[in-house]
Ligand binder design. Structure first.
Ligand SMILES: Nc1ncnc2c1ncn2[C@@H]1O[C@H](COP(=O)(O)OP(=O)(O)OP(=O)(O)O)[C@@H](O)[C@H]1O
Ligand SMILES: [Mg+2]
Length: 249
């Protein structure tokens, strides 16, 4: 269990998170969704320990809380940052093994883990010799996911992992990601802009606006029992092009 209690975070005049409280249940997939700038990435950075909150607390389940340093805690969390964040001057393989290299894993242990992960994310092993710029967006996303999973973390934080992909590649990767989540049964927090994607993945959807939660639950609950007119506006703004076409005809 991960508890985020009453967190506030300000950047200059921007209040990125405003007394934000959320409990993340183990082995569940929680989707964060909301307009640009509502604080989704900031929340993941705070959970990862890359930023400090101005006030409030993040509480860990006991296995993680017992670890002595924040660096050890961080290694229990896999993080795919928005835009992938691969180092362009390192090969894909080196990107994946960077922390394991630092931790002094033997080459045999690294090779075995990289092989397992390439199979899990269905990436052709030969592509690992390439540099990020020599890969397609979808291949890069698979590498970013391998990097996040390398140390077998308890928690996965995915910041728009399918953000910049064309719709067909995105649909394929959505399917693959879902089957990966089902196989691993890890605690996952996934950020997306797309309500369809949220519905596809989520055990629970958390809709945010201006650093706060507006409503959390299933998409059905948000459609049937919106707690605020913003919920309905947000969902309507996400209607698919085919739905719009239907309205026009
Ligand atoms: N390092 C920073 N310095 C200054 N302001 C920041 C910083 N990081 C975030 N912000 C501000 O905090 C607010 C929340 O940003 P955040 O990146 O969390 O939004 P987001 O919900 O992830 O948006 P998007 O959907 O566009 O990725 C925004 O107003 C943003 O400009
Ligand atoms: Mg963001």
């Amino acid at each position: 269990m991960l508890t985020i209690s009453n967190i506030s975070k300000r950047y200059g005049d921007d209040l990125a998170l405003d007394h934000f409280t959320l409990t993340i249940k183990p082995a569940q997939l929680t989707v964060l969704i909301g307009p640009s700038g509502c604080g989704k990435s900031t929340l993941l950075k705070l959970v990862m320990g890359l930023e400090e909150p101005d006030s409030g607390e993040i509480g860990w389940h006991k296995d993680i809380a017992l670890l002595s340093s924040s660096l050890q805690q961080r290694r229990k969390i896999g993080y795919v940052i928005q835009e992938g964040g691969l180092f362009p001057h390192l090969t894909a393989r080196k990107n994946v093994t960077l922390v394991a290299d630092y931790l002094g894993w033997s080459s045999g242990k690294k090779r075995k883990r990289v092989e397992e992960l390439a199979e899990l994310v269905q990436l052709d092993f030969g592509l690992l010799q390439r540099y990020p710029l020599q890969l397609s967006g979808g291949q890069r996303q698979r590498i970013s996911l391998m990097r996040a999973l390398m140390l077998d973390p308890d928690i996965l934080l995915l910041d728009e992992p399918l953000g910049a992909l064309d719709p067909m590649v995105r649909a394929d990767l959505q399917q693959d990601l879902k089957s990966i989540f089902q196989k691993l049964s890890k605690t996952v927090i996934l950020v997306t802009h797309d309500m369809g994607e949220a519905i596809f993945f989520a055990d629970r959807i958390v809709l945010m606006r201006e650093g706060k939660i507006v409503q959390q639950g299933t998409a059905g609950e948000m459609i049937d029992r919106p707690v605020d007119p913003f919920v309905t506006r947000f969902i309507q703004a996400q209607q698919s092009p085919l739905h719009r076409l239907g309205e026009k005809r």
